[in-house]
Design a protein around this ligand. Structure first.
Ligand code: GLP
Length: 261
């Protein structure tokens, strides 16, 4: 995988937004997989700014969701559907028809998971999937010990992940759902380009294990090691546990600038 060390979160947002813009210039109807959490917000801001400046036409872009809480009432502001509509779809001026995600309020959750897998396949697969990372190394909501071949399914969150996400629920862990639907690791690995963004020192350990640790279901993000086109963008703080940081910097500096991510 390629590791790109950037000075701060905004620089990470800019570099990834430019990769998305480049993709949309080549393929205007590209399917962009987006992630939730705080980390990717600079990417969405930078991409919306490029669209507003006429730098890229995003009008035919399609957006898809990585994961979703189970059981939140439809329209709950912290459902991932609401978050993606608010942070990505609306700022890009897209309508809801260009957006797809798993149905976290379905009565039959396994059927909703199977339906989402089918919809992703029928849409031609994800062109670029943006990922964050949990402090325990999860991607999407694939908690440690998720099968590296898993497909979209229901998962139970760890207490740590619920505690990490309590800030979106008024700081009250009891409001954070226990169950989620997430694209599986096998599903995620089918995207043509994976881009993981991590910022801040609290992600340094998970990043080091992902990039330099063994391939292990205990660190679900380490599955990126098996992908032919995976890019990990980290700020200095999130890169602080990497033994090969100097090598990654030198490699990126020597890369032809036109190549993109
Ligand atoms: C949640 C999401 C992940 C995200 C993670 C980290 O668990 N399901 O997709 O990567 O949070 O969030 P943050 O970027 O806010 O640290």
């Amino acid at each position: 995988m390629e590791v790109v060390i950037v000075p701060d979160a905004d620089a990470g947002g800019e570099i990834i937004a430019e990769a998305m813009a480049g993709l949309l210039r080549r393929k205007p109807e590209a399917l962009l997989g987006v992630a939730t959490g705080s980390t990717p917000l600079p990417v969405y801001r930078a991409l919306a700014a490029k669209a507003a400046a006429g730098d890229v036409d995003v009008s035919r872009a399609r957006i898809c969701q990585l994961d979703e809480y189970v059981g939140l009432p439809a329209g709950h502001p912290e459902s991932y559907r609401s978050v993606v509509l608010r942070e990505v779809v609306e700022p890009l001026g897209l309508d809801e028809a260009s957006f797809m995600g798993p149905d976290g309020s379905a009565g039959d959750v396994p059927a909703a998971c199977a339906r989402y897998e089918r919809e992703l396949a029928e849409a031609g697969g994800v062109d670029l999937q943006l990922l964050g990372i949990g402090t325990d190394g999860h991607i999407g909501f694939n908690e440690p010990c998720s099968s590296l071949a898993s497909r979209t399914r229901i998962k139970t969150l760890t207490r740590q992940t619920r505690a990490d996400n309590a800030r979106f629920f008024g700081g009250d862990i009891d409001q954070v759902p226990h169950h989620v639907i997430t694209q599986g690791i096998g599903t995620i690995l089918e995207a043509r380009h994976l881009v993981l963004l991590a910022t801040g020192e609290n992600k340094a350990e998970a990043v080091a294990q992902t990039v330099e640790g063994p391939l292990s279901a205990m660190v679900p993000a380490s599955a990126l090691q098996t992908h032919p086109h995976a890019t990990v963008v980290v700020d200095e703080a999130a890169a602080s546990g990497l033994k090969l940081a100097d090598y990654f910097r030198a490699t990126y500096e020597a890369k032809p600038h036109w190549q993109g991510l």
